[in-house]
Design a binder for this molecule. Structure first.
Ligand code: FMN
Length: 200
């Protein structure tokens, strides 16, 4: 893990966890000058490929914009909400997409969003190992994106993902810097873990 980004705040886990998991967080400052090499981006999305999924359906797609097509990337950036304007500096902007029905029998896949989430978090962990920031976002206009990039039938846009190298936090607003001065809080493990029955 030579390239691991300087871990400003590893997760204060209650018990030891894998260091990649502890190092992953969602910063907002990107270096706008530093593109992500295609071979590194390939490794990030290769990790997604190895995610588990219901019936091994692999119901994920990623629409990825890079500096290879600056106009397309700019169009994609413009779909981000104002609250996520910081992500316009990210050299890579991706959108996760899921297929809603099983390809093999046409039945509703209740786990399609779940599975794209699983694939995406594996990509996030791989990004951390490569020294990349990987920040998922709900805040963008699916309508605007779909106007430029209509989805194949039965697919739905899920999260936007900003990927790139860490940048200067001084480029952020005061509120954002404040938000990023510490890790986001977590529920205690005892709150969500129930052994042998609810309330256990
Ligand atoms: C599906 C999803 C949507 C999110 N949407 C946004 C968003 O629109 N803007 C933002 O700044 N962060 C967004 N986040 C990041 C979360 O706020 C962040 O993951 C959470 O606060 C935990 O912080 P951490 O990732 O730094 O540990 C999103 C994360 C996920 C998984």
């Amino acid at each position: 893990m030579d390239n691991l980004i300087p871990v400003r705040f590893p997760a204060a886990s209650e018990v030891p966890i894998n260091e990649l998991i502890a190092a992953r967080w969602s910063p907002r400052a990107f270096d706008p000058e530093r593109e992500v090499a295609p071979e590194l981006l390939a490794r990030v999305f290769e990790a997604a490929r190895w995610a588990p999924s219901c019936f091994n359906e692999q119901p994920w797609e990623y629409l990825v914009f890079t500096g290879e097509d600056p106009e397309a990337r700019e169009r994609a950036r413009q779909t981000l909400s104002e609250g996520n304007a910081w992500a316009r500096k990210a050299p890579v902007l991706a959108f996760s997409v899921t297929r809603k029905h099983f390809g093999q029998n046409g039945k509703n896949n209740r786990f399609s969003s779940y599975d794209v989430g699983q694939a995406t978090v594996l990509a996030a962990l791989q990004a951390v190992e490569l020294g990349l920031v990987f920040h998922q976002m709900a805040g963008y206009s699916r309508k605007a994106l779909a106007e430029h990039y209509p989805l194949p039938e039965d697919h739905a846009y899920k999260a936007a993902i900003a990927i790139g190298y860490p940048g200067d936090p001084a480029t952020l607003t005061e509120q954002q810097r404040e938000d990023e001065s510490r890790r986001q809080p977590r529920r205690p493990r005892g709150d969500f873990l129930h052994f042998n029955g609810w309330g256990g």
